[in-house]
Design a protein around this ligand. Structure first.
Ligand code: ZN
Length: 305
């Protein structure tokens, strides 16, 4: 009963918010648009991938912007309005955007919600569930690109040729960077490749490129790590000779700074885990994010102790 009431409430809110807007759906004939077609991506990294693939005629924006944490994002009515105007909505999936279903429902958006990670084999582990951070492996990003290319091509078939061309060029850059990352990390002895980050966002990177990441926080940033977890980590840093700790652009750096101090270890810099930097920053595109992360990791891991 409560459930039905809540649904009704959501529906009527959505209707009230959208008195005149024509709702786009897959069945509707595309009419001559007065504004450019829009793709709304859930977070900044995904929006950048879409921008690389989509023709310039399509506008692309992110709900969760640079340096912001999608795990704890709280959508506002403005975000709902942006979805209502979208021609296509794209998300990471794998449970990353816990808020998206409700936001879509409230917004009145009736089109497809494209799951960019569709078809990958996600990392599973212990009581953490599914690890959503698949973009931290360039090989998985290839799957994202194929999914995005196909979905955008289905929505706007008139752009299919350009989509194919742009995504092929992007895939080549992704492959080139993948080789470069392997080469750079491969030059460092495997036993030396151990670092600490704020939250467990680098499992895919770890598996793909052979770096051990330890983190006081799990796969989401919802909860504070326990004192026992922090103490365990400090012991491990001392025992295993962890080379460096890294803060993340989306997390409060104080915990990592405190752990580094107590363990007598060094903070090696900032890693970009779940969001790009602001425009003009060191990681304002997905590929620059990957280059930056690898560069600071390599620098910290190859520095004399
Ligand atoms: Zn995360």
């Amino acid at each position: 009963m409560t459930f039905i009431n809540r649904r009704n409430l959501i529906r009527s809110t959505a209707l009230a918010a959208l008195p005149v807007w024509p709702v786009l759906s897959l069945n509707a004939q595309p009419r001559a648009p007065e504004t450019a077609p829009q793709i709304v991506a859930s977070f900044s990294i995904l929006a950048d991938m879409v921008r690389e693939i989509a023709p310039p005629a399509i506008e692309v924006s992110a709900l969760v912007g640079p340096d912001a944490d999608a795990h704890v994002f709280q959508p506002t009515p403005t975000h709902g309005k942006r979805l209502a105007q979208a021609g296509l909505v794209v998300v990471n999936g794998l449970g990353y955007e816990g808020w998206i279903d409700r936001l879509v429902k409230v917004s009145g958006y009736r089109g497809q919600v494209v799951v960019a990670s569709s078809g990958i084999s996600p990392r599973q582990g212990g009581d953490h569930g599914t690890d959503p951070h698949a973009w931290q492996d360039l090989a998985q990003a290839r799957r994202y690109v194929a999914n995005l290319r196909d979905a955008i091509g289905q929505r706007w078939p008139q752009h299919e040729a350009e989509l194919k061309e742009r995504s092929a060029a992007y895939l080549e850059r992704i492959n080139g960077l993948d080789r470069q990352v392997r080469e750079q990390l491969g030059a460092i002895p495997r036993s030396q490749r151990r670092v600490i980050t704020s939250h467990d966002a680098f499992g895919y990177y770890a598996a793909a490129y052979g770096v051990d990441f330890l983190a006081p926080q799990g796969w989401t940033t919802h909860s504070e790590p326990s004192a026992a977890a922090v103490a365990r980590l400090i012991r491990q840093i001392k025992q295993d000779g962890v080379r460096a700790l890294f803060v993340e652009n989306i997390s409060d750096p104080r915990l990592i700074q405190r752990i580094a101090k107590e363990a007598g270890a060094r903070v090696g810099g900032t890693l970009y885990s779940d969001a790009l930097s602001a425009a003009g920053g060191p990681a304002d595109s997905y590929l620059k994010l990957f280059e930056h992360n690898t560069r600071v990791l390599v620098a910290a891991l190859s520095a004399p102790r």
